[in-house]
Design a protein around this ligand. Sequence first.
Ligand code: RB5
Length: 142
Amino acid sequence: MNIVIASDHAGFALKGVVKAYLTEKGYTVIDCGTDSEASCDYPVFAKALCKEINDGNAQLGILICGTGIGMSMAANKVKGIRAALCSDCFSAKFTRAHNDSNVMCLGARVMGEGLALELVDIFLNTPFEGGKHLRRINMLED
Ligand code: RB5
């Protein structure tokens, strides 16, 4: 599975931690930036990540900013993207199982590395349940 990851300056350090973790686990990671802690605009990086998913280059994405909120707002503007802001394990599990989310947003200023990596594991390893949930997702696309 290919994973695409992106952050702004506030999420840059955590992006590096998540990227190293995923690479160690054998995932192919596409990194859409940013490349330093210099101040930048999160919508730019959210848009780049969403393009990788919509082009079929990655199946799931992880966006990181200070709160995760700006990234989730930006990503959810893009057709075909279902981005979920997660800060607990239950949400990370059920946004895959019920919403078929293809992007998880994390707040680097909200949580530590340990929780972030736990959320990443859950998000990447929980399958979509389909059934009635597919009908609802199709309604989102309409
Ligand atoms: C950057 O200071 C911060 O506003 C950004 O990372 C993010 O939290 C926005 O939602």
